[in-house]
Design a protein around this ligand. Structure first.
Ligand code: NAD
Length: 283
């Protein structure tokens, strides 16, 4: 069975991007979130992105109409019964994802693939919540999804070769470059990126330099396109904290201890761009 219908769970920055890229490449998409307001926000983000593409002359207006026509929205998880693959992109929290996968396992037909866009959580542990661990897989898109080329495909301990191959085919159809990764905390991307971001936060916490100067060093000194604190604000500081906690717990090594300043910002609700304040202030 070929993948034709995709259900995306979570209409936040990643879920809306995944829905857009799937619809752009011909898939029928059902975009889900817990309430109408969030679903609406996701649709608006997609429209804004596509409009920008029209303005830049990269896509025609009638093509955008066709893309939009392929995306339906819902707040009913039961609609997983229509999907060939479900791609989950809700908050980076194990308990939330476990409950969701138990529900999806109930609603989705037995042959449906259940994929997660988790940045760091063990695929094997999420898969163990279902009766189909061989059909659970990690599909880790990068942010912003329509722009970034890479997808990490992560095999859980039980993921079947057949499911891996189907997801690989889908990544190709989405015009992404993929890498084959096994299931260890943070996979490849966040195992390397997040300790750097955490160290940048420690550098501010210890008064070594301001956020602007830390970013300047990495931007101009190391040729990184974006400084680590700008990037952290872009990713979301709550997501950064969850990932550091996963690395800390998963490897049991204090070199992954989340910086207390990161915890403090998250407790204050300073989550970065999405809340208007993080290491920087956004109007
Ligand atoms: P976000 O906060 O922008 O969006 C999360 C969305 O999930 C929200 O709209 C929320 O209402 C919804 N949600 C929460 N619980 C839900 C549930 N039970 N059912 C349905 N919807 C629910 O977060 P995001 O940045 O899009 O991250 C989502 C996932 O993608 C996380 O696992 C994160 O680690 C991963 N990820 C994030 C990035 C990044 O740069 N932000 C990159 C790659 C992967």
């Amino acid at each position: 069975m070929d993948i034709q219908r995709v259900m995306v769970i979570g209409a936040g920055q990643m879920g809306s991007g995944i829905a857009q890229v799937c619809a752009t490449n011909g898939y029928q998409v059902i975009l889900h979130d817990i309430n109408e307001r969030y679903v609406q926000k996701g649709s608006e983000a997609i429209n804004k992105q596509l409009k920008r593409q029209i303005d830049k002359g990269r896509i025609a207006a009638d093509e955008v109409e066709r893309i939009n026509a392929r995306i339906e929205t819902t707040t009913k998880l039961q609609r997983a019964e229509e999907a060939d693959i479900v791609i989950e992109a809700v908050v980076e929290n194990m308990e939330v994802k476990k409950t969701l996968f138990q529900q999806l396992d109930e609603f989705a037909p037995p042959e449906t693939i259940l994929a997660t866009n988790t940045s760091s959580l063990p695929i094997t542990e999420i898969a163990a919540e279902t009766k189909r661990p061989h059909q659970v897989i990690g599909m880790h898109f990068m942010n912003p999804v329509p722009v970034m080329k890479l997808v990490e495909i992560i095999r859980g301990l039980a993921t079947s070769e057949e499911v891996y191959e189907k997801v690989e085919e889908m990544a190709k159809a989405l015009q992404k470059v993929f890498v084959d990764v096994s299931d260890f905390p943070g996979f490849v991307s966040n195992r390397i990126l997040m300790p750097m971001i955490n160290e940048a936060i420690f550098t501010v916490y210890e008064g070594v330099a301001s956020p602007q100067d830390v970013d300047q060093v990495m931007n101009l000194g190391m040729n990184h396109p974006m400084g680590p604190l700008t990037l952290a604000d872009f990713i979301g500081l709550d997501t950064c904290l969850y990932i550091m906690e996963t690395l800390h717990e998963g490897f049991g090594d204090d070199k992954y201890r989340p910086c207390p300043l990161l915890r403090k910002y998250v407790k204050a609700g300073w989550l970065g761009r999405k809340t208007g304040r993080g290491f920087y202030v956004y109007e």
